[in-house]
Design a protein around this ligand. Sequence first.
Ligand code: NDP
Length: 697
Amino acid sequence: MPEAHPLNKQSMPAPVRGEDADDRRRQLIEVTIDSLAEVGYVGSTLAHIASRAGVSPGLVAHYFGDKDGLLKATFRRLALRISEQVRRRLQNARTPRGRIQAVIDANLAPEEFDRRTGVAWLAFWGQVLHAPPLKQVQDVYQRRMLSNLRYSLRQLVPGDEAKSLAAMIAAMIDGVWLRAALSEWRESDSEAARALLTTFVDGRLQDAKSQRVTMTDADARGGSATAVRDDSFRTINPATGEVLGEFACAGPAEVNAAVARAKEAQAKWANMPGVERGRILRRAADLLRQRNDELAELETRDTGKPIQETRVVDVVSGADCLEYYGGLAASLAGEHIDLGPSAFGYTRREPLGVVAGIGAWNYPLQIACWKSAPALACGNAMIFKPAELTPLTAMKLQEVFAQAGLPDGIFQVVQGRANTGRLLTRHPTIRKVSLTGEVSTGKAVMTDAAQTLKAVTLELGGKSPLIVFDDAQVDNAVAGALLGNFYSAGEVCSNGTRVFVQRGIAAAFRERLIKRVQALRVGDPLDPATQVGALISEEHMTKVLGYIARGRAEGARLLAGGARVTDGDLANGFFVAPTVFDQCRDDMTVVREEIFGPVMSVLEFDDEPEVLERANATDFGLAAGVFTKDITRAHRMIAALQAGTCWINHYNVTPVELPFGGVKLSGLGRENGRAALEYYTQIKSVYVAMRNIDAPY
Ligand code: NDP
């Protein structure tokens, strides 16, 4: 039974004024909440409440008038408490998405799921339609929630959409709470309810993002004055919140100018012998290597990734790519086709013209190199738009290319948000778009590109399986799982986030895994000892934490991590501890959806056919890994796994010589390797007659 709040009769024989009176009002309100929780609305008479409080009904009436007055004050107290929580959380939120989360978190906070508070709320909800004073309180509470949500949503989606989405979120908050209350909190608790709302909101925002069309085709083509133009954006260091730069978004005029410059320059570039184009790319590779430490530090500041990664991977792999395609540029060739004595045929492998690259934020410089190197080697000009969250190092690449002697206009960076991306995907002069991004963005890009029949290469998301058989070398398998989940704080598309472990090895695997995960060092990304840095943004961190909450609510066992890290200087950044779940089921949200954060799900299996079926039971198909000493099984498994990029006894290594890309919803086309040349060229077939024409006319 909830504890009553007896007031001391001796100390309050008569009404008092000032602070004492406020204290007494508060105490009486607390007693009223207890009473509502215990005997409900009807039983909570003035006399009953007075007797619980140990005071006379007259004293209660003195402070509140009558029962309605007391109940209205109590209802206001409950609503005000939430408002206060919302206000506090809004103050700490830094982004529109963070402010939406603040509203959700405050309304579905654990204290609102406490039985005593919950039953009191229910008692009021049952009365509001019959009691105008209570209705007033309820109206204010609802209006406030809606206006907070609408205000934040307007910065993310157009006005009308913001209005309806705010109403939906408010209804979900109330609905989720009500269902939980009516099931006596068996159906969900605060954490599960918040996770549900987080997933719902992210899903709706993502849908809105992919469906939103804020420009007409005419705008995209010609830069009409009615184009909706994003103004500018800032990039921050996600480890500290420090602002690193501000960029104006390229609108139609800037994009058109870039395309015109690229078109003019490309004709000459394509006519340059491949060996000369290659020499420029290789010079750029050397310059990148010379500037490795400076660029690695810039990448670390812009992305939050540890310097121990960016120094050895991000710049180096970009340079390798430029060097590799620099070498291939002179080897582009067509075929000779024998057509008998009267003719022969040949093909020319020609560039596409002006192409666009659109990058994601996890490997900004590497992605810019992976796209530009094959494009330029083949004689195309590229306009590249980095992700708005990481605009810095693509600009440096442009600088490096210029230093290496690349003709003006052949590689140009345009900055901006999705609208700028759309200007590229819809531009009739641009003949191809290569995107690295989410599946929904891939669909939007392909839809837009279809209007002008552009070619597309889509490197999209994944939820890849990493399979460990009983006979695997367990330390290697654990190392692979660590690389495949916690490198770049888990923000890697090919990550093996579904770790299937055969039952016989599961205990040993788990034991070594946990030891190594617990030893991982989360910290300042610029500290060379740091192994796990910050996530890219607060919004993304909130999304990842939402998934973790969802995993717990759906019954996965948390073996490590599971929370934000805010120790010392990390408090201003977006750090999440490396997280491992086991006892996972295939139907859990954390097992089905791409999280793009440091969250590993461990699943157990018995035999090969079972794990194969479970591994392939996903819409994604980017990558897969198999750990086993049985070589025939390894190749048999790889042949049957539905994935574009596979590893045997390793994970997440991507040498430039090997094509990289996905199947199913993970993408189209390939980057890297000789294969990428196919995607940046077109074939011209030529028939050559060797005899006079024998015409039947
Ligand atoms: P997004 O899809 O949100 O954005 C990718 C890029 O596309 C950004 O530059 C973005 O601009 C731009 N963009 C967004 N909407 C449109 C549109 N309608 N038309 C044209 N351009 C658009 O991806 P993230 O940046 O969030 O990256 C994370 C995702 O990328 C994950 O799903 C991950 O799996 C995937 N990825 C895939 C890889 C692969 O090789 N398969 C490698 C790395 C990541 P802006 O940022 O300015 O909104």
